[in-house]
Design a protein around this ligand. Structure first.
Ligand code: FE2
Length: 489
């Protein structure tokens, strides 16, 4: 492996840090690498694997004002690019406006997710919550040839070359980037080249939905009026429709009036879904109701006759019970334990003619962070590749391939002390079957202090690695990933 250090940043975090989301699988990085001719420690990189696996992670350099939440960390993007049986790797901090201001100040200036916004030493109005740093550390997609990182509380989209991770500034949507920002989880339709997105906030109409065309220009932007501020995290689409959601878990309105951002589940309220033609107007939104829950991530959606079918992860207990003698930190981290929340694969069917909703679990296995073959986005899919959450904290012990036609689940469990990232499906060059390709993830091995890129056969992931490729350094666990394929289909 040829490793070049691109840049090194000073970390002011304590030596021997024991914070659960700044240690172990979540230990932050502070070095940027360019690495070529990566070492393959098992198997071979397939010749028909062509494209880039991108990942976003949270990496704080500075102690918080008072309390660190893992989603406050500065974004570090990772790319590993395959072609001709070889791999190269690059990682870069997202040099957000907030990142630069805090580096200059040498201290945390903005309030995090677990802190009162009044604690901030500097004001900031971009995003759903005031005085929060848009860390651009949640999600990453590739659109119009550029990698775009995004933030869960809305903000800018920072642009990069998807292979080298060279900064390309911010997305401006042809001069029409919304002043409300863009939420994490914009969706790419591989068939049209469009990017669909949403944002949310504390000012009416509380949500917007938009479409960016294949050339990166804002083509459509509408209000999605809600009864009050909400916390949608993800959206879905079919060939003709976009699907937005209003789950009954949001900042308590009475406390919000006093400036406290306290996420609260309202079990007597329904979950509501907005289904709107992809270029439709606000007046064309059809609303559906379903059982109360909070859904962090959707898997996919598609049309089936008069019905829109939506798969995602239903939380049976979105607001887990307090534990005995719980610290403020522990109370906050309950919302990161997907086992406590009971996240299960679930299917909603919305009848566009009658307005009725039907819903059912697809499985009783706790799972989340579902990915599909991107060519099936908005189209009927059979397989999803979902993360297998660890118990009691936010980490992934492996992955599950779920076949929604037969109900079969194939589980890949990693060795004790090794954790997976969100796993993408990379179709093989020239593939035609939905699961003809590779599953790609990064691992965090805290026992041997190393990270690898793990490549599995998507048709039979439990058969063992196709290849294991070394990375220069152990990465931080982080959240979302994306596959940018460059092979002809
Ligand atoms: Fe997410």
């Amino acid at each position: 492996m040829k490793i070049e250090i691109h840049d090194t940043f000073e970390s002011k975090l304590p030596e021997g840090d024991t914070h659960p989301y700044r240690s172990g699988a979540w230990r932050p990085q502070h070095v940027e690498y360019d690495a070529y001719e990566l070492d393959v420690v098992e198997g071979e990189i397939p010749d028909d694997l062509e494209g880039t696996y991108l990942r976003n992670t949270e990496n704080p350099l500075l102690p918080p004002i008072s309390r660190y939440h893992p989603f406050d960390g500065d974004g570090v993007l990772h790319s590993i690019t395959f072609g001709g049986g070889e791999a190269q790797y690059h990682n870069r901090f997202v040099r957000t406006d907030g990142f630069e201001l805090e580096r200059e100040a040498g201290e945390h200036l903005f309030a995090g997710a677990a802190e009162n916004p009044k604690l901030a030493k500097r004001e900031c109005s971009l995003g759903a919550r005031p005085n929060m740093k848009d860390a651009s550390s949640t999600d990453i997609v590739v659109h119009n040839g550029r990698a775009l990182s995004s933030f869960w509380m809305c903000g800018d989209l920072y642009a990069f070359d998807p292979v080298t991770m060279e900064s390309l500034g911010k997305a401006d949507f042809g001069g029409a980037f919304p002043k409300e920002g863009v939420s994490a989880h914009p969706k790419i339709d591989e068939h049209t080249g469009e990017m669909l997105f949403f944002n949310y906030g504390t000012e009416a109409p509380y949500m917007h939905y938009g479409v960016v065309d294949a050339e990166g220009r804002l083509a459509h932007y509408i209000d999605v009026p809600l009864p009050g501020p909400r916390l949608p995290h993800d959206m879905a689409f079919t060939e003709r429709f976009a699907i937005l959601n209003d789950c009954p878990m949001f900042w308590h309105p009475d406390l919000l009036k006093r400036g406290h951002y306290v996420t609260t589940f309202f079990p007597d309220m329904p979950t509501r879904f907005a289904i709107v033609p992809r270029r439709g107007e606000t007046s064309e939104i059809k609303w559906f109701e379903a059982d109360p829950t909070f859904v962090l991530h959707w898997i996919n959606a598609y049309e089936d006759g008069d019905e829109v079918v939506l798969d995602g992860f239903f939380q049976e207990n979105p607001s887990p019970d307090r534990r005995e003698a719980e610290s403020v930190e522990d109370a906050m981290f309950r919302y990161l334990d997907l086992h406590s929340m009971g996240a299960k694969a679930h299917r909603w069917r919305f009848d566009l003619k009658t307005g009725e909703t039907k819903e059912e679990h697809l499985s009783d296995t706790i799972q989340e962070f579902g990915m599909i073959n991107g060519r099936y986005g908005g189209r009927k899919h059979r397989y999803s590749y979902n993360a297998l959450p660890a118990k009691g904290w936010f980490g992934f012990e492996g992955l599950i391939k779920q076949d929604v036609e037969t109900g079969r689940e194939e589980v890949v469990r990693l060795p004790e002390g090794t954790y997976a990232s969100e796993t993408v499906m990379a179709p093989r060059a020239g593939s035609s079957a939905e699961d003809d390709g590779y599953l790609i993830t990064y691992t965090m091995d805290v026992v041997n202090d190393r990270s690898e890129c793990l490549i599995l056969d998507a048709a039979s992931p439990s058969a063992g690695p196709v290849a294991r490729v070394s990375l220069p350094e152990r990465i931080c666990s982080g959240t979302h990933a994306f596959w940018h394929g460059t092979a002809a289909s």
